[in-house]
Design a protein around this ligand. Structure first.
Ligand code: ARG
Length: 557
């Protein structure tokens, strides 16, 4: 719609300003009484040496289009009132026709690789990993809606010196049965114990170094243990992914790049980027500390593996973009990584994006997994599901598929809570708040959707070429919002910001509930068909928004 209006304004200007420039200037007036769209003339006043008022008046006099009802010039603004009949007809017919594909880009845009979740083997799945998982999955969905093929990659932390420690710890204190029964808890226990004991007995650290060296040299026993730690940890991670409903295209962790680093290191050397520093090798960078590539003993690091991973992905997938959904604390790491690739002379360094996010807080403090004080994500999800179950027992005890709905609502609440603020914000974790049916929550949006489903169950949905009526003051903002959905989908991708979709869903639910409180949807009058069409369209877009966020929409709850 904004594009249409921008086009009409461009005509008035005899194309002295481009449609894009004009579209960029368009604003949403503070209240709908001031119009549906506003065009401010202040910046033009300077270039054209005319007062903003007179520019606005000129435009107002000449602006004409089917979509525009009337135009007013007020205080340097052109206030545009849309033709409600036209726009209502246009927007609702489109949604009735396209259904959940409304706002979907049907042109193939190439691939986007998303590196997200990426927990560490033998360590608990932290709240930071939850954030990465939920944000990364939503971004992958949003990328798909924008026409990209999303490749979901889990860059497991399955290599590094900690495996030397774990192998030594296992030799001393490992209990095979206990580990099989509850792998991550037990492995963490012996890992913590290793650190405690190593404080008194420094030879433990040497043993761990030797064990990791053996692992890197392909020692069979060490490799078998490593493989076992990895397998059992992965089984536990998979239960979480199943609960969250997330699939990956590849679990190519750090170890996957073991045989791919030599080539990259050789290329760095060839390009004379590798500098020796006390026996270690680094790449020197501009405006930041050097990137450590190999240690004194020749061992590679996290960054070396990420470097190899970037090259592998670029060659293997030839993506348009690669997103790394990883917490703020790794910002420097990614800046270094990207600059190394840039210094190697690869233009695709520009396609690499770190998508950082803030912390998850509990009572204002970081939720920590250190020193045994573990908040297990699996427990958090269980608690949310139990709360949802409890609510269902209270409100809707005869619901047939309670277990399933409780899971959809509990998990949905956790995901929505994570996505409703801009990812850079730290977020407070409170099960009670995220489950509140009346708050800004997942269950609130889900409940609005279920309510619509129960109305729509009783009626036939209008076809998309039916003539629709203007539905009046409370419906108009809903129509305008629905009209914006395709734009929101685009911006959410461009800014890698799923919270735009979450906020959109909240606002749509809020407006719908307001409308619902004041109108009898099924009243037998001339506007019935249009009201049903409106409800149906809102239901579709609410569900699509939740789907983009990775949240299910039960029809009954
Ligand atoms: N395993 C890492 C961690 O838990 C995250 C990996 C992120 N991805 C990457 N390509 N470095 O901190």
């Amino acid at each position: 719609m904004n594009k249409q209006i921008a086009k009409s304004i461009a005509e008035v200007f005899n194309q002295q300003l481009s449609v894009d420039e004009i579209e960029h200037l368009l604003e949403k007036p503070r209240t709908l009484e001031l119009g549906d769209v506003a065009f401010p003339c202040f910046t033009l006043a300077k270039t054209w040496k005319k007062s903003p008022q007179s520019i606005a008046a000129d435009i107002a006099n000449q602006l004409k289009s089917d979509d525009i009802q009337r135009v007013e010039a007020v205080g340097g603004y052109v206030n545009i009132f849309l033709n409600q009949q036209q726009v209502t007809q246009h927007v609702l017919s489109n949604i009735l026709h396209e259904k959940h594909l409304y706002g979907t880009n049907q042109t193939a845009m190439g691939r986007v690789v998303l590196d997200f979740s990426s927990p560490n083997i033998a360590k608990p799945f932290s709240m930071g990993h939850l954030r990465s998982t939920v944000i990364g999955n939503a971004l992958a969905n949003i990328a798909t809606k924008n026409g990209y093929q999303a490749i979901r990659i889990n860059h497991l932390g399955d290599w590094g010196t900690q495996f030397g420690k774990l192998i030594v710890a296992y030799h001393y204190w490992g209990d095979k049965q206990a580990i099989t029964a509850s792998p991550i808890e037990e492995l963490l226990k012996i890992y913590v114990k290793f650190h405690e004991k190593a404080e008194q007995d420094p030879t433990l650290n040497e043993q761990a170094r030797a064990a990791f060296k053996a692992l890197e040299d392909g020692d069979e026993e060490a490799l078998a243990l490593w493989q076992w730690f990895r397998d059992v940890s992965l089984v536990e991670f998979q239960t979480i992914y199943q609960l969250l409903g997330i699939d990956f295209d590849a679990f190519t962790g750090e170890a996957f790049y073991n045989d791919k680093m030599t080539a990259v290191v050789a290329e760095l050397k060839d390009k004379e980027l590798l500098v020796e520093s006390d026996g270690a090798y680094v790449v020197e960078l501009d405006n930041m500390p050097p990137c450590l590539i190999t240690k004194t003993d020749g061992a590679t690091l996290y960054a070396t593996r990420d470097l190899a991973a970037a090259f592998y992905r670029q060659q293997h997938y030839q993506p348009e973009k690669i997103f790394y959904v990883v917490g703020n604390e790794q910002s420097l790491h990614f800046k270094q990584l990207f600059q190394v690739i840039d210094k190697m002379g690869y233009a695709w360094a520009n396609h690499l994006h770190h998508v950082p996010f803030g912390m998850m807080l509990k009572d204002g403090k970081k939720m920590s997994t250190r020193k045994g004080k573990v908040v297990l994500l699996a427990d958090v999800l269980k608690e949310a599901i139990a709360t949802a179950k409890h609510n269902i027992e209270e409100k809707n005890p005869h619901l047939p598929n309670k277990e399933q709905v409780a899971q959809q609502v509990g998990v949905g609440a956790v995901i929505f809570n994570d996505l409703k603020y801009h990812r850079q914000n730290d977020i407070e974790f409170s099960i009670e708040q995220m489950m509140n049916f009346e708050g800004e929550t997942g269950p609130y949006v889900q409940y609005t959707y279920a309510r619509l489903c129960s109305i729509l169950e009783k009626v036939e949905v209008p076809s998309h070429d039916v003539t629709l009526e203007v539905l009046g003051e409370q419906a108009w903002p809903i129509i305008l919002l629905l009209e914006q959905f395709p734009n929101v989908v685009v911006t959410a991708f461009e800014q890698a910001d799923p919270s735009l979709i979450a906020k959109f869903a909240l606002q749509l639910a809020r407006l719908l509930n307001k409308y619902y409180a004041q109108h009898k949807i099924l009243a037998d009058d001339a506007q019935q068909t249009s009201r049903i069409a409106l409800c149906y369209c809102v239901a579709i877009i609410l569900k699509e928004s939740l789907t983009l966020l990775g949240i299910e929409s039960p029809a009954n709850m």
